[in-house]
Design a protein around this ligand. Structure first.
Ligand code: GRG
Length: 291
């Protein structure tokens, strides 16, 4: 995880061409959020999928940077007063608290659009066959856009005003969280020239770990840091948000995280990948993670 994060962060330093005439304040605002840290899970998934097929790591890091730019834009916009109105993100003041609301909106817009440039430039520079780059650009628009993450965010927003049933909750998780995770795996596979069957296995893996990641997030939200607080069960915890633990309770939600992780692992185990080790380790990490 550390190696991918450091390769990624080195690329962020050169991701915006030095010769481009850009307002320095915009660059500063975009870089502030990109450099603020975070788990870098989506980049790790891109690299793991690419390496499971023996693909080119340098190309994977660029694709990883594109997905992290889209993820970072979504967090910058999600924190805005019109959405969650948060003051802190990744342990630092949110983008709009530092640069103002208008700049935070524009920094998010800049990160989103630049992600597509980063993928397209891989084909321009001969690091990826043009058909693979086009497929990644098209997937990114699909999984991050109205039928993907943006759609999931809207469904979540609408849900807050009414009642959310379990089916609706699954839709929200699938699109708001899992779609970008699924994209990361498919894009990593495409970077390495995956076959249709291998892409399908990576997609299934992504769907499972994406949902497991979100349920674990909801569990961690409720119980806080388990290592400090000790294991909590459903009866100790007050449910304020409609989440998996709200419907199933904490213990059954934990079981569901484990089940999804095992299901994801079996999807890639039989898919004829060169080496699925990194993917399998990530699926285990997601069950054990406490932040
Ligand atoms: C504004 C279009 C738009 C979308 C926002 C990502 C998102 C959608 C909202 C953030 C709120 C949230 C809890 C979303 C669920 C997905 C999730 C757990 C995001 C946080 O991802 P991490 O934990 O963050 O990977 P780091 O900081 O580690 O990168």
């Amino acid at each position: 995880m550390k190696k991918v994060a450091s390769d990624l962060e080195s690329y962020f330093d050169v991701a915006f061409p030095a010769e481009w005439d850009m307002p320095p304040a915009l660059l500063e605002s975009m870089k502030y959020s990109l450099d603020a840290g975070g788990k870098r899970l989506r980049p790790l998934l891109v690299v793991a999928a690419c390496e499971s097929l023996g693909g080119n790591r340098a190309a994977a890091i660029r694709v990883a940077a594109a997905v992290e730019m889209v993820h970072t834009y979504s967090l910058v916009h999600d924190d805005l007063p019109a959405m969650d109105d948060d003051d802190l993100r990744r342990g630092k003041p949110t983008n709009h608290k530092v640069f103002g609301e208008a700049m935070a909106i524009l920094a998010g817009d800049g990160l989103l659009t630049h992600a597509f440039y980063v993928v397209a430039s891989l084909a321009k520079e001969g690091l990826l066959p043009p058909d693979a780059a086009i497929a990644i650009v098209s997937d990114l628009a699909e999984y991050a856009g109205p039928r993907g993450m943006v759609g999931g965010q809207v469904a979540d927003m609408e849900g807050e005003q009414g009642t959310t049933d379990f089916e609706r909750l699954e839709y929200i998780h699938l699109h708001k969280t899992s779609d970008l995770i699924m994209f990361s795996l498919i894009a990593g596979g495409r970077t390495a020239g995956a076959s249709a069957k291998q892409l399908e296995a990576l997609r299934t893996f992504g769907k499972g770990v994406g949902l497991a990641f979100q349920i674990q997030d909801d569990i961690l939200d409720l119980v806080g840091d388990e290592s400090k607080l000790g294991k909590k069960t459903q009866s100790d915890v007050k449910m304020e948000k409609v989440t998996y633990p709200y419907f199933l309770g904490i213990d059954k939600s934990r079981e569901e995280v484990r089940r999804l992780s095992e299901e994801a692992k079996s999807a890639v185990s039989g898919a004829g990948l060169e080496s699925a080790e990194m993917l399998l380790a990530i699926a285990d990490y997601l069950v054990e993670r406490d932040r």
